[in-house]
Ligand binder design. Structure first.
Ligand SMILES: *Cc1c(COP(=O)(O)O)cnc(C)c1O
Length: 351
């Protein structure tokens, strides 16, 4: 091993690329973008990501849960608005109050409970426009009118925004309009996919998430994440020898196998092993050989004389983005990002 060799795989987050992606989405939104940083900023570390986005100009942030909001308030300080997509439950009242969190009220019952517990405190409303996941129905909203002036916005969410041709997009747009016309409130419908659907979907502010982090459907995004994993052992196998659990890969020629120090416990999904998982080194593709283990992956590095113990190979980076790795695992870039484990050493560049 070289003296600087390590067993630690490394995630590098490019905060300049992240900020550039947010700015590009903000520009496409007519300067109205908020930033969605739920699930620890899609696995990339909200404590570093959110301040970088605030410096880029984001003033309103969305997370899913009150505890995420409290942690975010600690890093962002008192200025930015922090909204909780999951809604409001009375048992969490102290967290909302102590950290000045803004609930996105998803039902009439939640709204009444909030208005009673926190009179005058800012809130948003979510209406359901056809996804049938979160948000109030038309009759629930009607029952709340007139709304108190503390309600600052009304929003909804698109089910199929990553499929521009899907007929539900236009239907949700029409239903959102019908539900919210005349309320006199700032409106928001679009996440990353919705921003790309065009002007009609943008309303008064947008809520990009995955595009900030370099994922589809924002094809113009800059890659944000690099994941490099060290080779910790090499061996030569003879024709007929098998590699890994289940002996699913067998050498049909003399082969060189590199074992690298990350596995499905680190978010390199086991399903990717059967889907054409590969790592890269100096632009060269190193195909997976056999199943992904919990902590280890075996690669076929036959003919790559430059790969030795300690060599860092790339799982995510310029040669393979989150959506390509996702395709190998039969999933989406969102799941690759939020699955990145806690065992990596993390490094932030730029910002
Ligand atoms: C997660 C989420 C977003 C961000 O979605 P992306 O597709 O990641 O841009 C926006 N709004 C709501 C309600 C969400 O749940």
């Amino acid at each position: 091993m070289t003296p600087d060799a390590t067993l630690a795989a490394r995630v590098t987050v490019d905060l300049d690329a992240l900020a550039a992606n947010w700015r590009a989405l903000d520009e496409l939104s007519g300067g109205t973008a908020s930033a969605v940083v739920k699930a620890d900023a899609y696995g990339l570390g909200a404590a570093r990501v959110a301040p970088a986005l605030a410096r880029a100009g984001a003033r309103r942030f969305f997370v899913a849960l009150p505890d995420e909001g409290a942690a975010l308030r600690a890093v962002l300080g008192p200025g930015p608005e922090i909204c909780i997509l999951g809604g409001f439950a009375p048992a969490d009242i102290a967290v909302f109050r102590d950290h000045a969190l803004v609930p996105v009220l998803n039902s009439a019952a939640q709204a009444r409970a909030w208005f009673a517990a926190m009179p005058g405190a800012p809130a948003g409303l979510q209406v359901d426009s056809g996804m049938n996941r979160l948000g109030m129905e038309a009759d629930e909203l009607a029952g709340l009118l007139p709304l108190p002036p503390s309600v600052g916005f009304v929003m909804s969410h698109l089910a199929c925004a990553d499929e521009p041709e899907h007929p539900l997009n236009a239907r949700q747009l029409g239903d959102f309009r019908a539900l919210t016309d005349g309320l006199g409130l700032p409106r928001s419908l679009a996440a990353t996919g919705g921003i790309l659907l065009g002007r009609a979907f943008r309303f008064d502010f947008t809520r990009p998430g995955v595009g900030i982090y370099g994922g589809a459907p924002f094809a113009e995004s800059r890659p944000v994440v690099t994941l490099e994993v060290p080779v910790i052992q090499l061996r030569d196998v003879a024709p007929g020898e098998a590699v890994g659990y289940g002996a699913t890969w067998t050498a049909d020629r003399p082969a060189r196998i590199a074992t690298i120090a990350a596995g499905y416990a680190d978010g390199i999904l086991r399903a990717a092993g059967a889907g054409g998982l590969a790592a890269f080194h100096a632009g060269r593709r190193l195909p997976g050989a056999g199943r992904v283990s919990m902590d280890l992956i075996t690669l076929d590095v036959t003919g790559c004389a430059e790969i030795g113990p300690g060599t860092m190979v790339e799982i995510l980076g310029p040669s393979q983005g989150v959506d390509q790795l996702a395709a190998a695992a039969g999933t989406i870039g969102y799941e690759i990002l939020t699955s990145l484990g806690s065992r990596y050493s993390r490094r932030y560049t730029g910002g």
